[in-house]
Design a protein around this ligand. Structure first.
Ligand code: DOR
Ligand code: ZN
Length: 350
C-alpha cells in the first residue's frame, strides 16, 4: 500500500535471500541489523571452516539463534557449502528435515573463503541429480575463476559456460543465480527455463565500477562479483523494478573489519545490512516503481523457494536518517557500514 504522496509505504515483511552473518564476535555485532528488517534470511555457509554437513548447519543455526537480540522472531534459513566431497544423502535428508534450504556452489577460489569450493563441475553431478529429484535449490556464485578471463567478464562467461549447460543437464533443478551484476546475467534469467531466479544486491543497484576508483582506490566499494559498467547497473535496476517474479531481494551483506578491507590485499564484501531496506526503497522510488517494491522484497523470493510470504508488514517513511559510519565488534575492531556517514532518505517505522 502506497499513499498518494508516496511518503510512506507498507509492505509485507520482507526476507533477505543472501546474507553473510559470520560467527563469534562478528555474528553478534551484525545480526541485529538483519533481524530488525527481515523475517527470514538465507545464511551463507562460507565460514572458516565452511558449513559442509547438515550437522554443521544445525550447530551454526544454534549459534545464530543464540546471538539474536532478545525477543526476535527472525528465522535463519541454512545452506550447505558444496565441496568436491558433498554427500548427496546428507543434503537430501537435511532438506527434507527442514534443516537446510539449499546448497551454495562457489567455484573454487572465486571469492572470500572459497578455497574449499568445487574445482570440477563433473564431480558434483551425482549430488545435483539427487538435489533435482528432491527439489533442493542450488545457489550459485556465478563467476568463472580462470585468471585468463577478465574480472569484469567472469559472470557473463559463467552464465554461458557453466550455468546454462548445468540448467540443461538438470532441467528440474531449482537454481538461484546469486547477486547478478551484469546485463548478460539479467538477460539469461529473464529468458531461462522455469525454476531459475536471481538475487540483486542494493549496492549493485546504486553504483557502477567507477565508484571503486573515484579519486583513489576505495576498498569499501570492492565486492565480488565486482561492480560493472553503468549499462549493467541500468539492466539490474530495470530487472529489480520490473515486477518479474524471477528477481528478488538478496543483500549479500558481507561484513569485514576495517583492517581486513583497508589493506594491500583487501577483502571483498560490503556491509550493507544497516541500510538495506531503505536503500532498495530509494531505488524503487527513483525508478517510479514503489508499487512493485513489495513483490521484489517480500513475495518473489518466497515463491521461488516454495515458501509462504511472511505474516505481518513493515512500513517505510520518507524521512532522512543519518547512518553511523561504523559498527563496533567486541575486541576493538570496527566494520565500515555502506553509506555510513551519509543521510539515507527512507527510514523503517519502529
Ligand atoms: O564480495 C563478496 N564477499 N562476495 C562474495 O561472494 C563473498 C563475500 C564474503 O563472504 O565476504
Ligand atoms: Zn555472498
Amino acid at each position: 500500500m502506497t499513499d498518494r504522496m508516496t511518503n510512506r509505504i507498507t509492505i509485507r515483511r520482507p526476507d533477505d535471500w543472501h546474507v553473510h552473518l559470520r560467527d563469534g564476535a562478528m555474528l553478534s555485532a551484525v545480526i541485529g541489523h538483519t533481524a530488525a528488517q527481515f523475517g527470514r534470511a538465507i545464511i551463507m555457509p562460507n565460514l572458516v571452516p565452511p558449513v559442509v554437513t547438515t550437522a554443521d548447519a544445525l550447530a551454526y543455526r544454534a549459534r545464530i539463534q543464540e546471538a539474536l537480540p532478545a525477543g526476535s522472531d527472525f528465522t535463519p534459513l541454512m545452506t550447505l557449502y558444496m565441496t568436491n566431497g558433498t554427500n548427496a544423502d546428507d543434503v537430501v535428508r537435511g532438506f527434507e528435515e527442514g534443516i537446510i534450504a539449499g546448497v551454495k556452489l562457489y567455484p573454487q577460489h572465486a571469492t572470500t573463503n572459497s578455497n574449499f569450493g568445487v574445482s570440477q563441475m563433473e564431480t558434483i553431478h551425482p549430488v545435483l541429480a539427487a538435489m533435482e529429484r528432491a527439489g533442493v535449490p542450488l545457489l550459485m556464485h556465478g563467476e568463472v575463476t580462470d585468471p585468463a578471463v577478465d574480472i569484469f567478464d567472469r559472470e557473463a562467461v559463467f552464465v554461458e559456460g557453466v550455468l546454462d549447460p548445468l540448467a540443461k543437464r538438470f532441467p528440474g533443478l531449482k537454481i538461484t543465480l546469486e547477486h547478478v551484476t551484469s546485463a548478460e546475467g539479467v538477460g539469461y534469467v529473464e529468458s531461462a527455463r522455469a525454476g531459475i531466479g536471481a538475487t540483486i544486491t542494493p549496492h549493485h543497484l546504486m553504483f557502477n565500477r567507477n565508484a571503486i576508483f573515484q579519486g583513489g582506490i576505495r576498498p569499501h566499494y570492492y565486492c565480488l562479483p565486482i561492480a560493472k559498467r553503468e549499462h549493467h547497473r541500468q539492466a539490474l535496476r530495470r530487472a529489480a523494478t520490473s515486477g518479474n517474479p524471477r528477481f528478488f531481494l538478496g543483500t549479500d551483506t558481507a561484513p569485514h573489519t576495517r583492517s581486513a578491507k583497508e589493506a594491500a590485499c583487501g577483502c571483498a564484501g560490503l556491509f550493507v545490512a544497516p541500510v538495506a531496506l531503505p536503500t532498495y526503497a530509494q531505488v524503487f522510488e527513483e525508478e517510479g516503481a514503489l508499487d512493485r517494491f513489495e513483490a521484489f522484497a517480500s513475495l518473489n523470493g518466497a515463491r521461488h523457494y516454495g515458501l509462504a510470504p511472511n505474516a505481518g508488514t513493515v512500513t517505510l517513511v520518507k524521512q532522512p536518517r543519518f547512518v553511523a559510519e561504523d559498527v563496533a565488534v567486541v575486541g576493538g575492531e570496527a566494520v565500515h557500514v555502506y553509506r555510513g556517514g551519509e543521510e539515507v532518505g527512507w527510514t523503517i517505522e519502529p
